[in-house]
Design a protein around this ligand. Structure first.
Ligand code: 4NP
Length: 162
């Protein structure tokens, strides 16, 4: 049975890694004509960039791959995201801790989404966290991880429907 599944990617600033994952995942969802049943969003644990478009490095990379990020604006995670989304996918271990702290404090009522790390979706990588290109400048490597992880997440969601 196909149900609506909502996915939230989370990083620190919501301008580099999680918006890249949001755009890539939405691109796959559109390619597979699943936009009616899979919704994708992203958020940051920090509040510095609320309302801003993705970082120039993420925009340039997505432009080069012809992946749309139209209308995307940074927002901060909220306590209700835990019940609004079925998957909350954190880019690094600190993001995971910060998300859990927000959710624990909010004590939202309702069925709660799965909180996972992005790298739990990627086999055989040399890193256990998605490195932050805000500091490393390596947007292409982040894209390689994100491309692989989003493909796996889409397969996981589809297999849950079976
Ligand atoms: P992101 O990268 O978490 O992948 O969006 C960062 C963006 C901004 C900052 C840190 C990380 N910052 O400190 O402003």
């Amino acid at each position: 049975m196909t149900r609506k599944t909502k996915v939230l990617f989370v990083c620190l600033g919501n301008i580099c890694r999680s918006p890249m994952a949001e755009a890539v995942m939405r691109h796959f969802v559109m390619e597979e004509k699943l936009a009616d049943v899979i919704e994708v969003d992203s958020a940051g644990t920090g509040d510095w960039h609320i309302g801003k478009q993705p970082h120039e490095g993420t925009r340039t990379l997505l432009d080069n791959k012809q992946i749309s990020y139209t209308g995307m604006k940074a927002r901060q995670i909220t306590g209700s995201d835990e019940v609004d989304f079925q998957y909350i996918v954190c880019m690094d271990d600190q993001n995971l801790k910060d998300v859990q702290a927000v959710f624990n404090a909010a004590k939202a009522d309702g069925a709660k989404g799965k909180v996972i790390t992005f790298m739990s979706l990627v086999d055989g990588a040399e890193v256990t966290e998605v490195p932050d290109p805000y500091y490393t400048g390596n947007f292409e490597y982040v894209y390689e991880l994100i491309d692989e992880g989003c493909r796996k997440l889409l397969e996981d969601i589809k297999s849950e429907w079976k």
